[in-house]
Design a protein around this ligand. Sequence first.
Ligand code: SF4
Length: 284
Amino acid sequence: MNMENTAMDKALVPKDYKSDIKPIWCPGCGDFAVLNAITKALAFLELPREQAAFITGIGCSSRIAAYTSLYGFHGVHGRALALAAGLKAARKDLTVLVAGGDGDGLSIGGNHFIHACRRNMDLTYVMMDNEVYGMTKGQASPTTGADWSKSKLTPQGSGIRPLRPASLALTAGATFIARGFTGDPNGLARILVEAIRHPGFAFVQALSPCPTFRPEQMEWKRMVRGFEQETTSDPMEAARRIHADDGMSIGVIYRSDYPALQPGSGGVGDPRATLDAIESEFRI
Ligand code: SF4
């Protein structure tokens, strides 16, 4: 991260939140638009770069941390949320963004996802969902339709029903749940502004097409539309909307003011104090 001119960070524009590393995503990949939406949101919020960190897992989309000028950690497959929770516990002053794909977040990382939702720490998690494992050349992921038969591993379809990320997040206790689309980067940026401002665990499913392995997803731009209703704080109503929907409606679905877990004030102890106590035990 370039720490020069920190005093001028008030005037940062979206490109200032990008690094000089050129993304190696395929042409047309939706992940470019997620990067643009995130940098727009950060510029809108005038967030000083040294006050934010970006933690990611493994996969095409998880490369995104390196393409920003924030502090970042490109972590282990499926473990981004665990890393991010640890960072937030130790540095509650930081804005902690987390990102990864549907495979990273719902397969190997599925356990961390549900517990991050119920823990409700102040994190913003963007799941870039393209219903496929792109980096490993096109296998069915937890959000792939049961009948998708283009993978050599599942030539007759997986036969397994896909997870609904928003439904899972709601059931597990996330207090902010939204869905955006990379074909609407300004709308996605607006959602991200709300998500970052939300003082608990904010989950944003970003529909992000993979034109290389799921070229049919280029049709999503004709299928996506806004939710007809305003954001609800009623979990039963949110569940009804999520399950009545085909997964193509975008907007902020649910927001609750259930208090965020504050490290040091409740179930999670102050990690700094814990470390100090351990060190003092070993002091001669
Ligand atoms: Fe994007 Fe798919 Fe290419 Fe990965 S394989 S960079 S998800 S288009």
